[in-house]
Design a protein around this ligand. Structure first.
Ligand code: DCC
Length: 258
């Protein structure tokens, strides 16, 4: 079945998508493959049936706009991703660096190809400005054992709110992104139900911030996550938040109920 749909998709791509019932194809394919982003990182045998293997660009790699503090924190958390066993051999540590794509659909196997079909010009809000350093520069790390996520965020000049300071909406956007990423990695596809945000102190534009998120609890379809945004040395609290995410079927996102 999967191979059949994939062949159909490939055929339709090469024929300019004429007559394609996208919701039908996408619901079947993306629902299967977006169940858990970990599935796409640790491939399961089923995925070998999917003929499209394009690798999306990871936008959370260091670039020349990153300040020394941003790079220092990136290297600090990156180092926690590797650990050594008693024989001095390298093994995977408790942390892992998460990739960051410019479309959430790219987390699915074959998502690079699907992204060309579904509103091709659409971009993830936090990755929609191409100039490096101008807006959201960030990298997130996940600790699946502790059910926590930390994001190192450098706030660019296009994110101004009050003069010289970071816009509250940009802060909320990043909190939504990081808490949503944690909820998504723990539970599969989710949507934000609420995001309660308390701004404690203003953030100078250009700052490097740490966004710490932790799972509070899971109750059925509901995933509660808390969050703190601090200065890079964690001495100053800028924002606190509590978020609720609800697990969803992704069918409705593509116009069907299944
Ligand atoms: C890895 C990838 C990286 C990806 C990296 C990028 C991550 C970006 C993340 C961005 C995420 C977004 O911004 S998403 C965009 C903003 N969010 C939205 O547009 C969501 C709009 N709202 C909805 O679609 C819906 O209301 C849902 C999905 C939230 C819930 O609808 P539903 O699925 O029908 O569920 P429903 O039965 O109503 O509720 C289920 C339970 O949740 C409770 N509940 C529902 N809403 C609320 C609420 N606001 N406040 C309190 N409780 C609520 C209900 O009382 C119920 O509790 P009980 O009776 O069971 O106890």
């Amino acid at each position: 079945m999967l191979g059949h749909i994939a062949r159909r998709l490939g055929h339709q791509m090469s024929n300019g998508l004429k007559g394609m019932n996208l919701p039908h194809v996408l619901t079947k394919e993306t629902h299967r493959h977006l169940q858990s982003p970990f599935d796409t990182i640790c491939p399961v045998s089923m995925m070998s049936l999917w003929p499209f293997s394009g690798k999306p660009q990871d936008f959370s790699q260091p670039n020349s706009s990153w300040s020394p503090e941003m790079v220092r924190l990136y290297e600090h958390y990156n180092a926690l991703c590797d650990a050594e066993n008693e024989n001095g051999e390298k093994k995977r540590g408790p942390w892992r660096k998460l990739p960051s794509y410019d479309r959430t659909i790219k987390y699915a196997t074959g998502g690079v190809h699907l992204s060309k079909l579904v509103q091709a010009k659409a971009r993830l809000f936090t990755r929609c400005i191409e100039e490096e350093g101008a807006a959201f520069e960030y990298v997130a790390f996940l600790n699946k054992v502790e059910k926590t996520c930390v994001c190192v965020f450098q706030a660019g000049h296009l994110l101004e709110g009050a003069p010289g300071h970071l816009h509250g909406g940009a802060i909320a956007t990043m909190i939504d992104t990081v808490t949503g990423t944690l909820a998504g990695y723990l539970s599969g596809p989710v949507m934000t139900a609420y995001l309660n945000t308390n701004y404690r102190s203003p953030v100078p534009l250009g700052s490097v911030l740490l966004i710490h998120c932790a799972l509070d609890r899971i109750e059925g379809k509901k995933i509660f996550v808390n969050c703190k945004v601090t200065s890079s040395d964690e001495s100053k609290l800028h924002t606190e938040a509590a978020a609720l995410f609800v697990s969803i079927n992704i069918g409705p996102l593509f116009g069907t109920q299944s």
